[in-house]
Design a protein around this ligand. Structure first.
Ligand SMILES: Cc1ncc(COP(=O)(O)O)c(C=O)c1O
Length: 377
């Protein structure tokens, strides 16, 4: 059988990782400012993570959601405390798309409505309603184009308010820092105005923190920079450092009903052990604060580079989620970074390099990256 060929691949076979570095099968080392697409939060192969996941694997990898799993309750308690959402409820699944799918279902169960507002350039995943909320017609299959979603420009509060006033909107879903959309930041004024308009009109506000959350922005959640408290928050990616876990944080306004949501694999013992180990390391190594100050350092160095490097037209982001906009296509730059300089970065669109390193990234690594980017530019 052949693989279903949907991914354009770099000609590199990564076989080993440690911290913010990975190695290919020929022993070549790479600096990782991509983190396997913002997934590696505490660093590759962290020893505490390996121990905790290994120990759990030796004890019990999986049992179903039909019995008590104390690791889930422990994770809910720890996550509530560290994120500032102690009073919220946790529902565990396996991916980001599933998190958004369940968040939107829950919103619709709660207010009986079917219309969704989403931002232009948003990315919310590839399952049925999550993909419909994703403003990219190329990945919405005809069966998913069900007319539930109106796309509006991020930060155009008047446009969102006008739709909300109609009184039929089930949920608004936003990324406070758009990832795939090109590191576009929601403003404080927009976020606070949107929250107020949602409350006035009985609409559920969902913040998709799958890429920008879990410490990456330099606060636990990116929306915490904006002074809002959404009704539902979705997370995935960094939550378990590569073990597939997604989660929905749900306000106390929602009352759970048996059978309303469910999953076979979600919240399994191994997944919880991985997610708990991530929280251990995030706390003991103060990784949210590290993302904030190392991110600021990297951003400052990039802005300095912009002064001498005319191909850089903009540098924007928060914490360790940074976009470098170029006046030339990013593809050859990104390829030369990998093949010549041995650095992985992300990208989006034709002109933007997207930096999403592990949250343990250091200032020395930032200097190393600046040197290598300068070589290529
Ligand atoms: C903001 C955002 N939401 C949702 C998703 C979908 O997550 P997953 O690929 O785990 O389904 C992604 C993935 O890139 C994302 O960046």
């Amino acid at each position: 059988m052949k693989l279903f060929d949907v991914y354009p691949l770099f000609d590199v076979n990564i076989v080993k990782g440690e911290g913010c570095r990975v190695w290919d099968d020929r022993g070549q080392e790479y600096l990782d400012l991509y983190g396997g697409h913002a997934v590696i939060s505490i660093g590759h192969c962290h020893p505490h993570y390996i121990n905790k996941v290994g120990e759990q694997m030796g004890r019990l990898g999986f049992y179903s959601n039909s019995v008590i799993n104390k690791l889930q309750a422990e994770l809910a308690g720890r996550l509530g405390r560290i994120s500032g959402y102690d009073d919220y409820q946790l529902f565990l699944i396996n991916s980001g798309a599933e998190a958004n799918e369940n968040a939107l279902k829950l919103a619709s169960f709660s207010n009986g409505r079917t219309r969704i507002l989403s931002a232009e350039k948003a990315f919310h995943g590839r399952t049925s309603l999550a993909v419909e909320a994703t403003a990219n017609p190329n990945i919405i299959a005809p069966v998913n184009a069900n007319g539930h979603v109106t796309y509006l420009p991020l930060n155009d509060l008047a446009a969102w308010e006008a739709e909300l006033q109609k009184g039929d909107v089930c949920a608004c879903i936003i990324e406070c820092i758009q990832g795939v959309g090109g590191i576009k930041l929601a403003t404080e004024e927009f976020a606070q105005g949107l929250q107020a308009a949602c409350r006035r009109n009985g609409t559920v506000l969902i913040c998709d923190e799958i890429q920008c959350g879990y410490g990456r922005s330099g606060k636990f959640f990116a929306h915490q920079w904006l002074g809002i408290r959404p009704d539902i928050i979705t997370v995935a990616k960094g939550i378990a450092n590569g073990f597939p876990v997604g989660a929905v944080l749900i306000s106390p306004e929602f009352t759970p009903k048996y059978g309303q949501l469910g999953t076979t694999f979600g919240g399994n013992h191994l997944a919880c052990a991985a997610a708990l180990a991530v929280l251990d390391v995030m706390e003991s190594s103060d990784l949210v604060e590290n993302a904030r100050h190392t991110g600021e350092y990297l951003m400052t160095r990039l802005k300095d580079l912009q002064q001498s490097q005319p191909h850089i037209t903009d540098v924007r982001g928060r914490g360790l989620m940074i976009g470098i906009e170029l006046d030339i296509p990013q593809k050859p730059i990104r390829e030369r970074l990998v093949y010549e300089q041995h650095v992985f970065t992300g990208c989006t669109g034709t002109n933007l390099l997207r930096l999403l390193p592990p949250l343990c990234f250091t200032e020395d690594m930032a200097d190393e990256f600046i040197e290598k980017l300068t070589n290529v530019l």
